[in-house]
Design a protein around this ligand. Structure first.
Ligand SMILES: [Zn+2]
Length: 102
């Protein structure tokens, strides 16, 4: 029997057979530093209450724009509050967003 040791990148979870590559993978990732701004779509256009885009400042100085993709956990809502249209949570957010500085 041969025992095989694997190394997992603690950031993305990829598994490698050698520690050097796993270390390189961990060093490759750049984390966000802070939210710079966000853009919302109107109720008429997107029907999604969450930001359509987030502009993030990264720790290396880059500024990166992220787009809304999906709602992973819908909060419980009291009657009368705005209902999140989960069945309509596609990737169609892309226009009509107004930028809001954080
Ligand atoms: Zn990784």
């Amino acid at each position: 029997m041969t025992e095989i040791t694997n190394y997992r990148c603690d950031i993305c979870g990829e598994v490698y057979l050698d520690q050097e590559t796993a270390d390189q993978c961990e060093a490759f990732h750049v984390r966000p530093e802070q939210l710079d701004s966000m853009m919302f779509g109107s109720i008429a256009k997107t029907k999604i209450p969450y930001p359509g885009f987030l502009i993030m400042k990264m720790v290396d100085g880059a500024v990166v724009k992220y787009a809304y993709n999906d709602i992973l956990n819908v909060p419980k809502q009291d009657e009368g509050e705005f209902n999140v249209p989960v069945e309509n949570s596609d990737n169609s957010v892309g226009c009509g967003c107004d930028e809001v500085d954080e």
